[in-house]
Design a protein around this ligand. Structure first.
Ligand SMILES: [Zn+2]
Ligand SMILES: [Zn+2]
Ligand SMILES: [Zn+2]
Ligand SMILES: [Zn+2]
Length: 258
């Protein structure tokens, strides 16, 4: 009997597969507690009409699974590819059909919303600064070269000529759409004009904000934050960033990986 023909069966242990999700670790697929293979997945679904929803955990190898009612965290969004109407409690067939997409999606969401420290450690691009050599998918010789070119993964074999290109290998920073807020509490008189310019406000509003709110603020997306960070450092102004993207992406500044 092949793996695909194995029947889905209820498992008490498979619930452990949610562990990485709860701890905010973007490491799916994870090890299956039943068979030990790194082929265990999860999916959450929020109902259209309520905050309630369901959760599935399953193993693609031994076909253990579990279904639970679950209130998905606020930041969770259902994956468009998964057909809500086909989801059912009796098996994980619909999410399992999309498991590679689901793993990436779950990992991306965890990096975006749950991690505040060192997301760069999960960046594939750092490992591919030099091409990686591995086993060819076709001829089996250790002559397969893997390179990342932007979001494209190129696998090519120097022995048999086999070549394959995969897309969407984005670094985690690329998927970040959160707001990062810069706050300045105090600034020398002579720097006020420049600071106002960087914050896209006029000097009067800057002065007013400093006096009345105790700080001037600007919220930006990640790549603009990287730029503003450098500009404020240049200006020698003290500032705070919430959340602190330099902790979340410690290698971002000056990163040439992508
Ligand atoms: Zn298993
Ligand atoms: Zn589907
Ligand atoms: Zn080959
Ligand atoms: Zn990076």
């Amino acid at each position: 009997m092949s793996d695909n023909e194995k029947e889905w069966h209820d498992s008490d242990k498979i619930v452990q597969v949610f562990g990485a999700f709860v701890e905010g670790k973007p490491e799916y697929p994870v090890i299956c507690p039943e068979c030990g293979e790194k082929d265990a997945h999860i999916y959450l679904n929020r109902n259209v009409d309520s905050s309630l929803g369901g959760a599935w955990a399953w193993c693609g190898k031994c076909h253990s699974y579990g279904h639970y009612s679950y209130i998905a965290p606020k930041w969770w969004g259902n994956l468009a590819e998964v057909d809500q109407k086909k989801l059912c409690g009796a098996n994980p067939e619909e999410p399992a059909r999309h498991e590679a997409t689901i793993d990436n999606y779950v990992n991306e969401q965890l990096m975006r919303y749950c991690m505040s420290e060192n997301v760069c450690r999960y960046c594939l691009h750092k490992n591919y600064k030099n091409p990686q050599i591995g086993k060819c998918l076709k001829c089996g010789k250790e002559t397969m070269m893997a390179t990342l070119d932007g979001p494209c993964m190129i696998l090519s074999c120097s022995n048999c000529g086999f070549e394959i290109v995969g897309a969407s290998f984005f670094p985690p920073c690329h998927n970040d759409d959160l707001d990062y807020t810069f706050s300045v509490k105090d600034v020398d008189k002579v720097k006020k004009v420049k600071l106002a310019k960087l914050f896209n406000i006029n000097v009067m509003d800057l002065i007013k904000a400093l006096r009345e709110d105790g700080h001037a603020q600007k919220a930006v997306k990640l790549f603009e934050a990287e730029e503003l960070y450098a500009q404020l450092k240049d200006l020698e102004v003290e500032f705070e960033i919430t959340p602190d993207f330099t902790e979340k992406y410690p290698d971002l500044i000056g990163c040439k990986a992508f």
